[in-house]
Design a protein around this ligand. Structure first.
Ligand SMILES: Nc1nc2c(c(=O)[nH]1)N[C@H]1C(S)=C(S)[C@@H](COP(=O)(O)OP(=O)(O)OC[C@H]3O[C@@H](n4cnc5c(N)ncnc54)[C@H](O)[C@@H]3O)O[C@H]1N2
Ligand code: MOO
Length: 337
């Protein structure tokens, strides 16, 4: 269902001169895969329908029909680095807290708040990536950087801006004593363990689309393999005797196929794996042949052309007569349609 939602987003975005025919995966199993001679009789032009049998329906109704009839594809494990744009098929939980240790929010000094403002001897330092040794005792502070572990005994951090240097070692490499100019509050500028993410917390929900932030979250919690819904392989097919490839010179009565290029680019833009199915000529056999081979390779087929009232509009006949497909709708209130 999730994949179809994306497809619908795609459909909503596209107000092109196209009619989309969505063939569900299940047809692959129910149709006769070896049938390549169509039973559609396209020769009786005089007896073709003079009215469309399809009622006009709204875009919303059309989208609902697609959603109601689309099959959900299976799931697969995906490395998180390759999961951008995919949809989660499972909830993701944090196995560790974030931060995993009390961490400083500022560059400054770890202190004991109860010592108040005033002078402190500098007992050492704690930089990001280090493990501070020992326990802070009253009257002392530890120089600390943002993200570094707050040493045992300390319960506040005072930013460097709120301190002055009282005494340094002769070589200037070490601070010996500083003065805290502001009264430290308990817990000030410390991120306690698990304050961002608690152990066991659900960080992502099944069904969520994975964007850049979600990938960062997966990296944070160390979940590098995620269960995602499979993406539908979408085939794009043009129909029509008049269509040339884009690199071909024009000939009498012919035009270049532009729909296929546009649709393929749009589908790629939406993150789908796409197959270029080429052009089916305007004959029932040609359409059936291309459909039959395409259904083995694609979950969804998007076609353009050949669905209106002309005697060469043969697509729907092939779908119903040869492939035993059900056409759920044929006309949508939409301009261009
Ligand atoms: N008697 C009626 N005729 C038409 C009706 C109608 O209600 N009654 N509706 C018109 C409208 S609106 C449209 S839209 C078209 C829909 O026709 P099809 O979807 O069957 O498309 P075609 O007839 O095959 O082609 C229409 C037009 O588009 C050009 N085309 C087709 N494919 C491509 C492609 N891949 N790249 C570039 N151009 C393409 C094709 O050459 C035609 O010019 O029906 C109207 N007629
Ligand atoms: O795109 Mo047609 O020309 O309105 O259905």
């Amino acid at each position: 269902m999730i994949m179809v939602t994306t497809l619908l987003e795609f459909m909503k975005d596209n107000s092109m001169d196209i009619i989309m025919v969505i063939i569900q995966h299940m047809f692959v199993h129910t149709m006769n895969m070896h049938m390549e001679v169509s039973k559609v009789d396209a020769t009786k032009v005089a007896y073709r329908a003079r009215e469309s049998p399809y009622p006009l329906i709204t875009v919303d109704e059309a989208l609902k029909i697609v959603l109601d009839h689309a099959n959900q594809l299976g799931t697969e494990q995906v490395n998180f680095r390759k999961s951008l744009g995919r949809f989660l098929a499972e909830d993701v939980y944090a196995h560790d807290p974030l931060p995993p240790f009390p961490a400083s929010i500022k560059d400054g000094y770890a202190v004991i708040a109860a010592d108040g403002s005033g002078n402190r001897l500098v007992a050492g330092d704690s930089t990001a990536g280090s493990v501070p040794v020992g326990e802070l005792v009253p009257g002392y502070c530890v120089r600390i950087n943002t993200g570094a572990p707050v040493p045992k005994g300390a319960d506040a951090v005072v930013q460097v801006e709120d301190t002055v240097l009282i005494k340094e070692a002769d070589d200037g490499k070490t601070e010996v004593e500083i003065k805290i100019m502001s009264e430290p509050k308990l817990g000030q500028d410390i991120r306690p363990i698990g304050s961002d993410i608690k152990t066991g917390e659900k960080v992502l929900c099944a069904g969520q689309k994975l964007g850049p932030s979600e990938l960062g979250l997966l990296a944070t919690v160390g979940v590098t393999q995620v269960l995602c819904y499979k993406l539908p392989v979408i085939g794009v097919m043009s129909t029509g005797n008049e269509l040339l490839e884009p690199d071909e010179p024009l000939k009498d009565g012919l035009i270049r196929d532009s729909n296929r290029t546009t649709l393929i680019a749009q589908l790629i833009d939406h993150g789908f794996p796409v197959m270029d199915l080429g052009v089916a000529q305007d004959s029932p056999d040609a359409i059936l042949k291309l459909f039959t081979s395409s259904l083995k390779k694609c979950d969804v087929i998007v076609t353009t052309g050949g669905v209106s009232m002309g005697d060469k509009d043969l697509l729907k006949g092939v779908l119903e007569t040869d492939l035993k497909a059900k056409i759920h709708f044929g006309r949508v209130f939409m301009k261009p349609g």
